[in-house]
Structures are given as C-alpha cells and as structure tokens.
Write a protein that binds this ligand. Structure first.
Ligand SMILES: Nc1ncnc2c1ncn2[C@@H]1O[C@H](COP(=O)(O)OP(=O)(O)O)[C@@H](O)[C@H]1O
Ligand SMILES: [Mg+2]
Length: 231
C-alpha cells in the first residue's frame, strides 16, 4: 500500500531522516516505534508531503507520489492525524466534520455518519465548539475528521498521548475497528509498547532517522523490540 524508500529529510542544515525505508502492507495496522526525537513524526510529515525530501521516494499503491502536494495525497486516499491534534476550535464538532466533507470529492454525508459510529461520544456534543472539548474528545474528533475523507491509509501520530486512561481504551478500540471492519491500512505511532504490539499486525522500529527493524508482530518477542528501541 505504502512504500517509503530511502527517505532523506532535513530541518535546515540538520538532517533528521537518513534513508528511512518502510513498507506498510495493504489492510495492515503497522505500529511505528522508537524513542522521542528519532524522526517518527518527520517520517509521517514527509509521507504526507508536508516536509521537503532531498532523497528517496514515497510510493502509494505502486505510484510515485514524492512530488505531489499534500492535498493531492489526500485525494489519493491518505489521511494524516498529526501529533497535537487541532481542528477549528471556533467551529462546532458538526461543522468541523462538514468542513472536511465539503473539501472531499465524494461529498457523501454517510462518511460523517460512519465516522460517528466509531466515535459515539461525539454525537451528544455535535453542537459544541471544538475549542471546548477535552483532550480525548479532540483526539476522537481529529480521527473522525480524517475518516470523513474516506481514506485508504491513515497516519496516526501518537493519538493516545496525554489522554486520560479511560478514554485511551476507547480510542484504541476505534483504531482496531477502523482497521478490521473498514479494511483501512493504518500507520500508528504509539509509545506504549505492550499495547502497540497487541494492536499492530506489523511493526517498525526507528532509530536516528532510519528504520532499523520491521516485520510481523507475531514473529517477534516484546523483549526483542524493547531492546531494539533502547539501542
Ligand atoms: N521544526 C523543527 N525544526 C528543527 N528540528 C526539528 C523540528 N521538528 C523536529 N526536529 C528535530 O528532528 C528530530 C526528529 O523529530 P521528530 O520527527 O519529531 O521525532 P519523533 O516524532 O520520533 O519524536 C528531533 O531531533 C527534533 O528535535
Ligand atoms: Mg513525534
């Protein structure tokens, strides 16, 4: 589905990705692991076209999308939920979803209904301004907004970061359901190793701007991955 091939990215003169390569198989839920600062968010931004690359390629469904703008990548079927999650705080939850729908080509209202099926907690607060939501509600809205585009692949950057534990479980369940029920491919950055390996069918470990290990989670022991992350 997604093939990241030897990507090189820098912030100014500081190189951050040193030839990162990763393949996300169709229908898979791949967890991207690695300590803070190794380049996970940068890899997602570059995949989305939000960072200029000076080497390497991104292929989506076999086609080279390296030169495409972010909005063209969204049209191809990639959605991105950045770390930190911000919708439009002055718009209601409903309007946050509508704004995304209006920007799509499909314009199917059912896309909003299906997103709300996954996040039923948003239904009673559809009229509330997004700026007044809790962290967990904001995160659910951010994922729901991504789903309204009817993506084939969703990039989720630490969706459970800073969220209260009771809501984390709900978000985890929704992510698993997105993958299983809707056949969505997902690339998920997740800090909680145990949860990551239980939800993911594939994993990648990043260290200093490179993917140092990847494969099926069924084929690897948690302790092995823990050691790889800590190198
Ligand atoms: N806007 C930026 N300008 C300069 N350096 C940055 C910027 N964003 C991230 N970095 C640096 O790039 C490296 C990778 O960051 P990031 O991709 O956010 O890592 P991760 O998501 O794995 O924590 C870090 O060393 C970070 O300090
Ligand atoms: Mg990050």
């Amino acid at each position: 589905m997604l093939q990241i091939d030897n990507l090189q990215v820098a912030y100014g003169r500081t190189q951050v990705l040193f030839g990162a390569s990763l393949e996300v198989p169709t229908d898979s839920l791949m967890v991207l692991l690695g300590r803070n600062g190794v380049g996970k968010s940068t890899l997602m931004k570059a995949t989305m076209g939000l960072m200029k690359t000076f080497g390497g390629r991104v292929l989506f469904e076999g086609e080279d999308i390296t030169g495409l703008t972010p909005s063209k990548r969204v049209k191809r079927g990639i959605a991105y939920v950045p770390q930190g999650r911000e919708g439009f705080p002055q718009l209601s939850v409903r309007d946050n979803l509508k704004v995304v729908l209006e920007a799509t080509e499909h314009k199917q209202q059912s896309a909003i209904d299906e997103a709300l099926d996954l996040f039923p907690r948003l239904v009673p607060i559809l009229g509330r301004d997004a700026g007044f939501l809790s962290g967990g509600q904001k995160q659910q809205l951010a994922i729901a907004r991504a789903l309204v585009t009817r993506p084939k692949l969703v990039l989720l950057d630490e969706p459970t970061e800073g969220i209260q534990p009771s809501i984390i479980t709900e978000i985890e369940d929704a992510i698993a359901a997105m993958n299983k029920a809707s056949g969505l491919s997902i690339l998920l950055v997740e800090q909680h190793l145990e949860f990551a390996l239980s939800i993911g069918d594939h994993y990648g470990v990043m260290e200093h701007g490179e993917i140092i290990s990847s494969g099926a989670t069924a084929d690897v022991a948690e302790s092995t991955v823990r050691d790889l992350i800590a190198v």
